[in-house]
Design a protein around this ligand. Structure first.
Ligand SMILES: Nc1ncnc2c1ncn2[C@@H]1O[C@H](COP(=O)(O)OP(=O)(O)OP(=O)(O)O)[C@@H](O)[C@H]1O
Length: 547
């Protein structure tokens, strides 16, 4: 329930809009009940007037019936407009709010989650929260207010009928929905979990299709996905069945209430306590009053999914980032890089990766980091980028501790060229503008020339508009690497981190990349991680780490 309360606190800015939606729902329910009751009364009165048992002025009730029909249609339209508007506004803000909380968690805190799972939280779980106000909170509050109003009016006519209707509303609007919610709690958890598992398995299937095909494992992965889908269908079917059974029970309670009221009212009618047309009106009112609570059983069937979705979102959003960087900081005046007695481990129970490591890279110099696999070279790059914090010691840029610099400053002063450059499925222009959104074509061509890529891009029919494909699959490995170098030129970052910049490239591409990097690192403080010999021509000095 805490998660749902948290959700409500995020919805505070729209509380008046939400209250208006609930108010309009009450108007719809009450106009419907009144319309049916008044129509029943009117028809019965007309019949009695027809046999001369009653004289009737029929203009006023006929006009009221027309007025109520118009009111209920108009109020229903407005209610849909206002409640959906409030819900969509809440969801859009929630998505941005969640993304803003995710960003500082990457990459350190998100490594324990599968990509598909994070995506499912951002998309499907947030979508599930539309149930909360639209299908659960608003109908429940509107149902409560309308029920009290209906029972008040019934009590004025006949306390006995009010008691019968009260019991019926309690049964249909409280007991049945609560029973439905408790029966669907487990399947609700399962639905949210299975949706995330399906998202993760589909991501694996699409991303690893090449490997799966080579290993002949596509059918196995597809079978796993199909199994998860069947489980999801079974869980959703169970929810739908329970919700539908709840609705049937609620409707039955309504009919039962009307039957009991009928027996009571016919008895009262015989005793002369109540007129025939009023009996019909009250019976119709009892029957129509089920509308106040009719939506609740199916709504409460969705409560489990909604609660689980809220739990999954808030439990991730409440994680503390591995490093909390300040929101603002000054820009260092110089850009030398210092590790001062740095001791680092990834978790308290894990072994030490760096043990009292100290070194300094003077501004404009390039230091090559060498050492066996697992010695901690990538860890050093992670610390400089502010992705992780060290246990002891300090990492400084221009005399400022990295963790005292804001995220914005760090991203401005550091540029990374690694073997795994993420390219978006967009044009070359858009991929370059990622680091410099305002760069014009002249600046982009200059960066491409500096990265030794301009000639090849000119040769593409679409030039800068060439689409690079998913993860840059339409470019060669060397071209993708040189896009990363062009980005580094565009960013003008004074600190360059090179992580295996020529790994996996053939001799020609290695030469081209190294020529571009020679230009890039001129005058910049550079840290080069490599297992290869050729990139060492970039380095002014070397540091060999022991395993
Ligand atoms: N995110 C992480 N969580 C936990 N342990 C990690 C993490 N990243 C690296 N390690 C561990 O830290 C140690 C150093 O890893 P690191 O990647 O820094 O080595 P490396 O020198 O860059 O290796 P390689 O040359 O193979 O890339 C390894 O034992 C590794 O298992």
């Amino acid at each position: 329930m805490n998660d749902l309360r948290h959700l409500l606190s995020l919805a505070r800015p729209w509380r008046w809009r939400m209250a208006l939606g609930i108010g309009l729902s009450v108007v719809v329910i009450l106009s419907n009940v009144t319309l049916l009751a008044l129509s029943g009364w009117f028809i019965a009165s007309m019949a009695l007037a027809g046999v001369g048992a009653l004289t009737l002025e029929f203009f006023t009730p006929a006009a009221a019936i027309r007025g109520l029909a118009v009111l209920r249609t108009f109020a229903r339209y407005l209610e849909r407009l206002v409640t959906h508007d409030a819900t969509l506004r809440l969801l859009s803000v929630l998505r941005v709010w969640f993304y803003q909380r995710l960003e500082p968690l990457a990459p350190a805190r998100l490594q324990g989650f599968r990509d598909g799972d994070v995506l499912a939280r951002l998309r499907a779980d947030i979508d599930s929260l539309d149930n909360f106000y639209l299908r659960i909170l608003a109908p429940a509050i509107a149902g409560l207010i309308s029920s009290v109003a209906i029972l008040g009016v019934l009590f004025w006519f006949s306390p006995g009928v009010a008691v019968i209707d009260g019991v019926m509303l309690l049964l249909a609007g409280v007991i049945v929905p609560l029973a439905v919610a408790s029966r669907t709690r487990a399947s609700g958890h399962a639905v949210a979990g299975l949706r995330a598992a399906i998202q993760a398995a589909s991501t694996d299937l699409i991303r690893g299709l090449g490997e799966l095909q080579v290993a002949g494992a596509v059918a196995r992965q597809a079978g796993h996905l199909s199994l998860l889908s069947q489980k999801l269908i079974a869980a959703q079917r169970q929810q739908a069945w329970t919700g539908a059974s709840g609705s049937a029970l609620s409707a039955l309670a309504g009919q039962l209430g009307m039957f009991c009221a009928f027996i009571l009212l016919v008895g009262a009618g015989h005793a002369g306590g109540i007129a025939g047309n009023d009996i019909v009106m009250l019976l119709f009112a009892v029957l129509a009053s089920t509308e106040a609570v009719a939506a609740l059983p199916t709504a409460f069937a969705a409560l489990g999914v909604t609660r689980e979705a809220a739990r999954r979102i808030f439990s991730m959003a409440e994680l503390t980032p591995a490093v909390v960087l300040p929101t603002r900081s000054e820009m260092p005046a110089t850009f030398d890089l210092t590790f001062s007695a740095v001791t680092m481990r990834y978790a308290p129970e894990q072994p030490v990766v760096l043990d009292s490591l100290s070194f300094r890279v003077a501004q404009g110099q390039c230091l090559a980091l060498l050492g066996p696999s697992g010695a901690g070279k990538t860890t050093i790059l992670n610390l400089i980028q502010g992705f992780w914090d060290c246990e002891k010691g300090e990492v400084l840029i221009g005399g400022h501790a990295v963790k005292s610099l804001s995220d914005e400053v760090l991203r401005q002063i550091i540029s990374v060229v690694g073997q795994k450059t993420y390219l978006f499925n967009a044009s070359i222009r858009d991929n370059l503008r990622l680091v410099s959104p305002d760069a014009d074509d002249a600046a982009l061509w200059q960066a491409l020339t500096q990265a030794s890529l301009a000639e090849e891009v000119r040769a593409f029919p679409a030039g800068l508009d060439t689409l690079v494909g998913e993860l840059g699959t339409r470019l060669s490995g060397g071209q993708a690497r040189r896009i990363a170098i062009a980005r580094a030129f565009l960013s003008h970052a004074p600190v360059i981190l090179l992580d295996e910049p020529t790994e996996g490239l053939d001799a020609t591409n290695t030469d081209m990349v190294l020529n571009a990097l020679k230009e890039l690192v001129k005058g910049k403080t550079t840290l080069l991680v490599t297992h290869q010999i050729q990139p060492l021509i970039l380095a002014d000095s070397r540091l060999v780490l022991e395993s």
